[in-house]
Design a protein around this ligand. Structure first.
Ligand code: SAH
Ligand code: SF4
Ligand code: F3S
Length: 451
């Protein structure tokens, strides 16, 4: 048995891709390891979204080179592959910058890994694959492995045609592509048969999903969700990431009509200032976003909202930043991600003249994060004392403990629940901790198990 170590950076689409790469390599005799030192093959599945994310890869490769050298001195060998968005963006440059790298494979070409490895084994030197057709990849992937957890990811849409002026994704993932409905349904059925109870539908712009349906029509995400909700044994559905521009009436209605669809929405806004939104090429104003939020809340009053924010976009004034703070106060988020603007080579915003000094970005990020974390704390604190259904996903750190998630995606730790992994169980929320909740079963575990 050969050992495979995969380290995943970036978004959930990379998490999905890493699992699929493991599935592809299993027939070649590769089994997983958590220890790079033991690995015969190491894959770094990389992210290019911010400068820091990309730089991390080169320092990790430096460390891996030492491991590989030590292996070779002992007469062994180790293959190092770089996959993901850095692979797509930098391609051959990676091979030039770090000689220990054997393989570079982009996010739309990783189905070719087995043949690339075979080529390398024949001594054909380094291998580089950064072609684009997403279609070919999905058709070539094997089934998901048997080791599917209770909460699974399923990529239904890839790529981006939006070209926000700060973002590399349209260049690293290519143009928007939606998988056919029948393929998505078959993969979901397979995941459920292998133990998934919750499926999160993934896409860089998942609500731009326009998949060819079995009836010859083009299906929306809402229609796809409606079909998936019929799968026996599936108990929860989620989707991410959505773009405000692609939001549709039927998806809002689905939050009212489809019980399986969880009351949680990640809807990035990036900024609360209309002039910054325009410079970002987001193609929506702050008011459009607020109206969408209102409509979601009338369809599903308890919906938990999440977002992404960028501070220090070129030209952002104090007043622009204040507009972002004000939007956050208006919406009230359950959780959110916020980042300092990072200039990415080749994107239009990187060439803008009014770049913001680092100390200003730092101060704005701190202020925004303080506000967002106060909102998150308030959201979590309001759950204390409530009884919420929790899907237990994995063992916790303590003996007998299990960790699961509420409908609002909050992690919950519960003692004495390890035998309930894979089930949805009522949990009394006892306390809100820094980034999670602490809960207790409402019934003794034996009673839960006979239900
Ligand atoms: N498709 C999603 C987001 C994909 S990238 C959307 O449109 O919302 C995830 C997040 O990274 C973005 O929402 C944005 O907040 C952040 N991001 C992207 N490019 C960035 C950059 N150049 N600097 C800082 N943050 C960035
Ligand atoms: Fe990037 Fe904008 Fe596309 Fe999101 S919508 S992936 S932020 S270009
Ligand atoms: Fe990063 Fe690529 Fe995802 S740049 S955020 S891994 S699409």
């Amino acid at each position: 048995m050969k050992k495979l170590f995969i380290k995943t950076y970036g978004c959930q689409m990379n998490v999905y891709d890493s699992a699929r790469m493991a599935d592809l390599l299993a027939p070649l005799g590769y089994g997983p390891t958590d220890v790079p030192e033991d690995a015969d093959m190491v894959i770094l599945n990389t992210c290019h979204i911010r400068e820091k994310a990309a730089e991390k890869i080169y320092s990790e490769l430096g460390r891996l080179k030492k491991v590989k050298d030590a292996r070779q001195r002992g007469g062994g060998s180790m293959m190092i592959a770089v996959a993901g968005c850095v692979a797509q963006a930098e391609g051959a440059e990676i091979l030039a910058r770090q000689s220990a790298v054997d393989l570079v494979v982009g996010p739309q070409s990783y189905h070719r890994l087995p043949e690339m490895i075979a080529r390398l084994a024949r001594g054909a030197g380094h291998a580089l694959e950064t072609d684009f057709p997403a279609e070919a990849k999905f058709d070539a992937l094997p089934e998901n492995s048997a080791g599917v957890g209770p909460a699974a990811f399923l990529t239904v849409q890839e790529g981006c045609d939006k070209f926000c002026s700060f973002c590399v994704v349209p260049y690293t993932r290519g143009s928007e592509f939606s998988r056919p409905v029948a393929h998505v349904v078959a993969e979901a059925e397979d995941l459920v048969a292998k133990g998934a109870r919750e499926i999160t539908l993934l896409g860089q712009n998942v609500n731009a999903y326009r998949g060819p349906g079995p009836d010859g029509e083009v299906w929306s995400l809402a229609r796809l969700i409606g079909a998936l909700a019929q799968i026996a044994g599936l108990q929860r559905l989620r989707y991410m990431t959505s773009h405000p521009r692609d939001m549709s009436d039927d998806l809002i209605a689905a939050h009212r009509d489809i019980g399986l669809l969880m009351p949680y929405l990640h809807l990035p806004v990036q900024s609360g200032s209309d002039s910054i939104l325009q410079a970002m090429n987001r193609q929506h104003a702050a008011g459009d976003y607020l109206r969408l939020v209102e409509r979601f809340r009338s369809a599903r009053p308890d919906i938990a909202l999440s977002s992404d924010f960028i501070v220090g976009f070129p030209g952002e004034t104090d007043k622009d930043f204040e507009a972002t703070m004000s939007l956050v106060r208006d919406v009230g988020y359950a959780q959110a991600f916020s980042f300092k603007y990072s200039a990415r080579p080749g994107t239009p915003a990187a060439a803008a003249s009014k770049q913001i000094p680092e100390d200003v970005k730092d101060a704005r990020l701190q202020a925004l994060q303080a506000l967002l974390s106060a909102q998150q704390d308030a959201f979590n604190a309001a759950c204390a004392g409530r009884i919420l259904p929790v899907l237990f996903e994995k063992p916790g750190r303590r003996e007998g403990q299990a960790v699961g998630r509420t409908p609002y995606l909050q992690p919950v730790h519960v003692d004495g629940a390890a035998s309930l992994i894979g089930r949805i169980v009522d949990v009394r929320i006892e306390a809100a901790l820094a980034n999670s909740l602490k809960g207790a079963l409402t019934l003794p575990v034996e009673k839960v198990l006979v239900h």
